[in-house]
Design a protein around this ligand. Structure first.
Ligand SMILES: Nc1ncnc2c1ncn2[C@@H]1O[C@H](COP(=O)(O)OP(=O)(O)OP(=O)(O)O)[C@@H](O)[C@H]1O
Ligand SMILES: [Mg+2]
Length: 319
């Protein structure tokens, strides 16, 4: 979907301080715009402030400061008008387990003010869209995690909103449901829907997004198209060494190799950011061997959003 230059969402100085003065500053004065027709991903690790941001944007949570204008309406002053423009797919499932998918959709459709044949037609469309038609009559409690998520998504789409928020819709589900959800997001966007998608999977942000905002500790630390963001990492490569049982001190040894800008330990992997991966590789392999560690594989990656996060924060996106 070609995006327009017109913002459909404008976030200004949005802040959430839970339980002040000592509680967490979950969102720290975010300001940014989302353009009509784009897929915008908010990418950040656990606890970064993604859900808090979305919940303030849709009126579920009152901001400590700031406001969000959505399709011309202030979420603070005109929450109902905002809700009409929005479909929200929450991170936590909000469905009735003993009801079928169809019954859940009919129930929520009525809450949105739909009824009669219009509602039935829309429920059929949404079941088809989410790939649930064949199982529509089974109780949700018999569904897989991914199918439950798809029902959750369907509910958010019933009233044909012009903007849809999806909060980490693919966490802990099977690959087939994940594929279905990513394709559905693209299809919705192709039909003209503006999408705000949160995730901590950089692959998803890379596949879907027109623009990405990277959020960490409640602040947007990078924002732009993927090309713009990659320019911030510069020409750096990421070297990924799979080495079990590495002592943490050894990471500093690798970080000291000339040409290495950052070194990081994530599970069984050592990651090095380097201007030119190939020149660093022989030294790194020699040091790993000299330390008596078992090197199981080596990969050299071009710059990714993960590398940008590492570059900006010194940490991995996933913990
Ligand atoms: N109701 C609440 N009361 C107090 N603190 C909260 C509340 N909700 C969230 N927080 C805190 O705010 C911060 C941001 O949480 P949030 O749920 O927005 O993160 P997130 O980016 O959505 O993370 P995840 O990827 O795990 O869903 C965290 O430190 C969290 O503990
Ligand atoms: Mg969240």
């Amino acid at each position: 979907m070609p995006t327009s230059a017109a913002p459909i969402i404008e976030i200004t100085n949005l802040k959430k301080h839970f339980n002040p003065p000592d509680g967490p500053l979950a969102v720290n004065k975010i300001s940014m715009a989302i353009m009509a027709g784009e897929i915008f991903s908010l990418l950040g690790p656990n606890g970064a402030g993604k859900t808090t941001t979305i919940n303030m944007m849709c009126g579920l949570l009152t901001p400590t400061e700031g406001d969000v204008i959505i399709a011309g309406h202030s979420v603070i002053k005109e929450p109902l008008a905002v809700k009409r423009a929005l479909g929200v797919v929450p991170q936590e499932l909000a469905i009735y387990p003993t009801l079928s998918a169809r019954q859940n959709l009919v129930f929520f459709g009525k809450l949105y003010g739909l009824g009669g044949s219009e509602l039935n037609k829309r429920v059929d469309e949404v079941l088809e869209f989410t790939g649930l038609t064949e199982r529509a009559k089974d109780p949700i409690e018999e569904y897989s995690g991914g199918m439950k998520r798809r029902v959750n998504i369907g509910i958010g789409l019933l009233h044909r909103p012009q903007i849809v928020f999806l909060d980490e819709p693919t966490v802990a589900i099977d690959p087939q449901s994940r594929r279905n959800i990513l394709d559905a997001v693209k299809e919705l966007n192709a039909q003209g829907t503006t999408i705000l998608y949160t995730t901590h999977y950089m692959e998803e942000a890379q596949e879907l997004s027109d623009r990405v905002g990277i959020i960490d500790h409640g602040s947007i630390i990078a924002l732009g198209t993927q090309d713009e963001l990659m320019q911030q990492v510069g020409e750096q490569d990421t070297l990924v060494f799979c080495v079990p049982d590495v002592p943490d001190e050894f990471i500093d040894t690798l970080g000291a190799i000339q040409g290495v800008n950052k070194a990081l330990h994530v599970d069984d992997e050592i990651r090095l950011l380097a201007k030119d991966g190939r020149t660093v590789l022989p030294d790194a392999i020699r040091l790993i061997n000299e330390a008596g560690l078992s090197l199981q594989s080596v990969e050299v990656h071009e710059p990714t959003l993960e590398a940008l996060f590492l570059h900006l924060t010194g940490r991995a996106l996933r913990d």
